[in-house]
Design a protein around this ligand. Structure first.
Ligand SMILES: C[S@@+](CC[C@H](N)C(=O)[O-])C[C@H]1O[C@@H](n2cnc3c(N)ncnc32)[C@H](O)[C@@H]1O
Length: 342
């Protein structure tokens, strides 16, 4: 049976009722795709390469199948640089036939093992980044003005809440250098030993005793436990981390979990761009994010008062990402929320 017959759609017809038989009727790209798209969030989409790995089909076959699904209006394809990412068409939201088909497709994909591979395929998204940041990081970037630490110690009086700040994916600790004089306690997390060594070197001259550098993946439950033990953070930061996150939505939700009610979440990342070299040279996974996408992440994380704004280019130095547009997503956790599910 060919895919288009299986979907029972040779051409979408206005006014003709679609029938969508079980997705599992054919262990196909469509089946695995739909089952996977309906799974846990990972930007809700899969690349052609990921679909090929999931379905164990050759990429040209995957592309062919996706083309049919796209023509039938079932799948939407988004390009980012040279890569294409497919997701279920948003127009199908709430379609009961499709929901039913996805349910049975998921069951069959679970049986044939392809569903189980989804998590591994998503996890593999940031393997290159893991290796990249473990390369030696001997060079600590230019130190800021020597007096900044003193000035910030005075400026901390301007912050209404300055108990705990958490910096996920801290790298060589540049932000910690600013946060440490402002907050009573700072927890900085990175999974790379090399990066944390560089952060420790950067901070060593200040003798900060209220800064904890923790080597862990940001979604390690030990991090959530540690922050909860301290009553939650007043501010949580993820700077240039989101574009490395296999599941960016999940990362923003995690930030929301770490802040206490009324606390602030701050993400700095790039606007959408098409510089493929950032993947090769900096192990970036995503080529930035649209404003709307950032608003959606904040909304899905249950955060309030989201703002997205650009950082003027003159403020971000000469690094390998100086040509990109940097933007901030700032949002808060509602003040009245008590505990929320982890
Ligand atoms: C581009 S660097 C940004 C460093 C720093 N925030 C900055 O803006 O200068 C990304 C950092 O995130 C870390 N990272 C990536 N994925 C991570 C994960 N799953 N858990 C913890 N750290 C991670 C990398 O090791 C790297 O140090």
């Amino acid at each position: 049976m060919r895919l288009c017959e299986w979907w029972n759609i040779s051409k979408p017809h206005a006014g003709r009722r679609r029938t969508i038989p079980s997705l599992g009727a054919l262990p196909s790209v469509g089946g695995a795709a739909a089952a996977a798209f309906a799974g846990p969030d990972f930007r809700g989409e899969l690349s052609i390469g990921e679909l090929a790995e999931l379905t164990r089909e050759a990429q040209p076959n995957v592309s062919k199948h996706l083309k049919l699904l796209r023509e039938a209006g079932l799948v939407a394809v988004r390009r980012q640089g040279t890569r294409a990412f497919a997701r279920l068409s948003p127009d199908l939201n709430g379609d009961p036939l499709l929901a039913d088909a996805i349910r049975s497709g998921r069951a069959l994909c679970a049986e044939d093992g392809s569903l189980e591979r989804v998590a591994r395929v998503i996890q593999a998204r940031d393997e290159e980044a893991r290796a990249f940041f473990e390369q030696s990081s001997d060079e600590v970037s230019a130190l800021p003005v020597a007096e900044w630490s003193a000035y910030l110690t005075a400026l901390r009086t301007l912050l209404p809440k300055r108990g705990l700040a958490v910096d996920l994916g801290t790298g060589d600790g540049a932000l910690v250098e600013l946060l440490a004089p402002l907050f009573d306690r700072v927890i900085a997390v990175d999974r790379s030993e090399k990066q944390l060594e560089a952060a420790a070197r950067r901070l060593s001259s200040h003798g900060y005793e209220h800064v904890e550098l923790l080597q862990a993946a940001y979604d390690d439950s030990a991090i959530v436990d540690r922050v909860r033990e301290l009553g939650g953070a007043d501010a949580v930061f993820a700077v240039r981390l989101l574009h490395h996150a296999p599941r960016p939505q999940q990362l923003v939700s995690l930030l929301g979990t770490l802040v206490r009610p009324g606390g602030q979440v701050v993400v700095i990342d790039y606007g959408s761009h098409d510089d493929e070299l950032m993947r090769e040279r900096q192990a970036d996974l995503w080529l930035g994010f649209d404003r709307d996408e950032l608003f959606d992440f904040a909304k899905s994380a249950g955060l309030i008062d989201p703002e997205v704004f650009a950082i003027p280019a003159a403020r971000y130095g000469p690094g390998p990402d100086a040509h990109l547009k940097w933007q901030v997503l700032a949002a808060r956790r509602g003040p009245k929320e008590e505990t929320r599910p982890s």
